[in-house]
Ligand binder design. Structure first.
Ligand code: GDP
Ligand code: IMO
Ligand code: MG
Length: 420
């Protein structure tokens, strides 16, 4: 067995939840390693249809431990709501690492206020789940971690310090302020609900790694919204890449066996920032309609476009894909022609290596056109079941991405997949 990192190869919403759900049926541990409840990971299986926000997509397996890892930011109120939709027998499988940082109501308020201050062109399009402000407090060493709510005296000291700072910011924006006692009360409620599930998960992870068990590392978002390598400042506040995965899961980079890049057969993005292959025409609308491209967390329509191989090549290099999962191939079933961006024209130059954000803003895509297959692929379960033109398209993507395609998803259900 092995340690497998499942990463978003594009701008997020690639189908990571769907792939993790498929791979988790025989996993010992699934770790959500970064991000918070800004995620919307859709899982459709025998138990039902779920949009998971902070809970790992392995939760539906009785023999799998689902860990909300050290690098995450956790809103216990939304976690409690999310659990209500999940059968109770799975709840005890959920653990939250001591080191996860906690999202308080003031983080969500400040997320909205800070976005409001940004000029139109600078808007991140944040989900307003408090992710950025919570990670900011982590970076300045003022954050409150899950372990802190288990020690009342320490918690009061840290909350007093943090609220001194936050209340000043809240007042500046004309927002409500919070008392230490109010937040102590909230933490007491969280402790009563989740206290026994807040643990040092490292010994569990280490034991599993050293015994060679199957561990899945589930990323939130795609590389293009990574804090360091994404389209900063239109990024999230953590690292969804495979490097981020090992760092925040508590696993040595040398123990990572596989990196599976999850890539949609076309492109989508929610939020601000450059998106060179965006289609604001009938094809874009058709991709959105057939693909059901609306945000799983915010319901916002996703921006849609053709597959961007410049971004995918960059993603493969930085993440080190050992394999690729192509999702939503079926969404292209009724397109007579399908385009793939193989290079950009930027200020008169032809560029094939993804440049920094400001250059992407000026990138004009150069496309290669493929013939569509104009037939239904949703019942394909083997490579041979795919129409020849679909096979050609997948092989072309494989070559452009630079890693072997191991999974092809042709529908949202767990079994709508071809394993190569
Ligand atoms: P994630 O955030 O990366 O987990 O992806 P989302 O769940 O936000 O978005 C993927 C959407 O596509 C969800 O609605 C899935 O149910 C759906 N989906 C996943 N794989 C496929 C597929 O192969 N075909 C189709 N038609 N839908 C899919
Ligand atoms: P999954 O995990 C798509 C986008 C937001 C915004 C930027 C920062 O389902 O792929 P944040 O809330 O982190 O401050 O937002 O990232 N974003 C997502 N886009 N899917 C998501 O999650 C996203 N989570 C955040 O639109 O541009
Ligand atoms: Mg999503």
């Amino acid at each position: 067995m092995s340690v497998i990192s499942v990463v978003g190869a594009q701008w997020g919403d690639e189908g990571k939840g769907r792939i993790v759900d498929y791979l988790a049926t025989d996993a010992d541990i699934v770790i959500r390693y970064q991000g918070g409840d800004n995620a919307g990971h859709t899982v459709v299986n025998d138990i039902g249809k779920f949009a998971l926000h902070i809970i790992p997509s392995g939760i539906f397996n009785e023999n799998t431990t689902s860990i909300v890892g050290a690098g995450t930011v956790v809103n216990f109120d939304t976690m409690a709501k999310e659990l209500e939709a999940i059968p109770e027998k799975f709840w005890p499988n959920l653990l939250i690492d001591y080191r996860a940082h906690l999202i308080f109501p003031f983080h969500c308020l400040l997320d909205g206020a800070e976005e409001g201050m940004r000029s139109q062109s600078q808007k991140v399009g944040t989900t307003k789940r408090g992710i950025g402000p919570c990670y900011s407090d982590k970076a300045t060493r003022n954050g409150i971690r899950a372990v802190d709510i288990l020690d009342e005296e320490n918690l009061r000291t840290r909350l007093t310090m943090l609220l001194n700072l936050k209340n000043r910011e809240l007042s500046y924006y004309g927002l409500q302020t919070f008392t230490v006692d109010e937040m102590m009360g909230l933490c007491a409620k969280w402790k009563a609900r989740f206290g026994s599930q807040i643990q040092d998960t490292l010994p569990i992870i280490r034991e599993a790694v050293e015994s060679g068990r199957k561990i899945l590392l589930e990323g939130q978002l795609g590389i293009m919204r990574d804090l360091d390598w994404g389209i900063y400042p239109y990024s999230t506040s953590s690292n969804p890449t495979s490097g981020g995965a090992v760092n925040t899961s508590g696993i040595s980079p040398r123990k990572l066996d596989e990196v599976i890049g999850v890539a949609k057969a076309y492109s989508t993005s929610v939020g601000g920032g450059p998106f060179p292959t965006e289609l604001e025409d009938e094809d874009g609308l058709k991709l959105r309609t057939i693909g059901g491209e609306f945000g799983a967390t915010t319901g916002r329509p996703r921006r849609c476009g053709w597959f961007d191989a410049v971004a995918a090549d960059y993603s493969c290099y930085l993440n080190g894909f050992t394999a690729v999962a192509i999702t939503k191939l079926d969404v292209l079933d009724t397109f007579e022609e399908i385009k793939v961006c193989t290079a950009y024209r930027i200020d008169g130059d032809i560029v094939t290596q993804l440049p920094e954000t400001s250059f992407q803003q000026r990138a004009v895509p150069i496309y290669e056109t493929f013939d569509g297959w104009m037939s239904d692929t949703t019942n394909a379960r083997k490579w041979e079941d795919l129409p020849v033109n679909a096979q050609k398209y997948v092989r072309a993507l494989e070559k452009l991405i630079g890693a072997p395609v191991k999974y092809i998803s042709v529908g949202p259900e767990r079994d709508q997949i071809i394993v190569m």
